[in-house]
Design a binder for this molecule. Structure first.
Ligand code: GAR
Length: 200
């Protein structure tokens, strides 16, 4: 069974979906650790309730960015991950993490990349007037939401949507995509050549 370490900043609905998947039959991966950048992340409670060990690596506890990057990599390494899943982790991952697990760090982003990268993807899609948006699962590289795409799912913007209602529908589609593709990546392997991602 593949070992997943999940990085969270927020409520952890994607984490909850991965935990639930492992309770089902034949899922090839299980969450062995959860790391947050803040003690208030709701995902930590979800992890504790599931009996999964957690760690908090908060930037405020470090003198500089390099110190935080190194500590984050150490906290993740303790759990010996096969795949690191950034699921609502609202910080850019530095070289210590990316170099330690090359092409083994993936991220969900609540838009169809390359549209609407960054921290306010749902708001930005609404403000632009997009009629279709969605979620992207991608390999993390050194850029912001620029890595090779593993999978995408489309979500239609409904008249009257606000940021919360649209994000909620995106998250429903997103977590199904995440569970499916993390399973495929862990179960069948993943090769990344340039922007081409082959799974299985
Ligand atoms: C998810 O929609 C995820 O794609 C997004 O935050 C949400 C976290 O939900 N991530 C980003 O916006 C990253 N820039 P969750 O905490 O309930 O899993």
């Amino acid at each position: 069974t593949g070992r997943l370490v999940v990085l969270v900043s927020g409520g952890g609905s994607n984490l909850a979906a991965l935990l639930a998947a492992h309770d089902g039959p034949d899922y090839p991966a299980r969450v062995v650790g959860v790391v947050a950048d803040r003690a208030s992340a709701g995902g930590l409670e979800i992890a504790r309730a599931a009996g999964v060990p957690t760690a908090v690596v908060a930037p405020g506890d470090f003198a500089d960015r390099a110190g935080w990057d190194a500590a984050l990599a150490e906290a993740v390494a303790v759990f010996r991950p096969d795949l690191v899943v950034s699921a609502g982790f609202m910080r850019i991952l530095g070289a210590p993490v990316l170099e330690r697990w090359p092409d083994r760090v993936v991220n969900t982003h609540p838009a169809l990349l390359p549209s609407f990268p960054g921290a306010h993807a749902v708001r930005d899609a609404l403000a632009f007037g997009a009629k279709v948006t969605g979620s992207t699962l991608h390999v993390v590289d050194a850029g912001v939401d620029t890595g090779p795409v593993i999978a995408q799912v489309a979500v239609v913007v409904e008249p009257g949507d606000d940021e919360a209602s649209l994000h909620e529908r995106i998250k429903v589609a997103e977590r199904a995509m995440l569970v499916e593709w993390v399973g495929r990546v862990v179960g069948g392997g993943m090769r990344v050549e340039g922007r081409a991602v082959t799974v299985g």
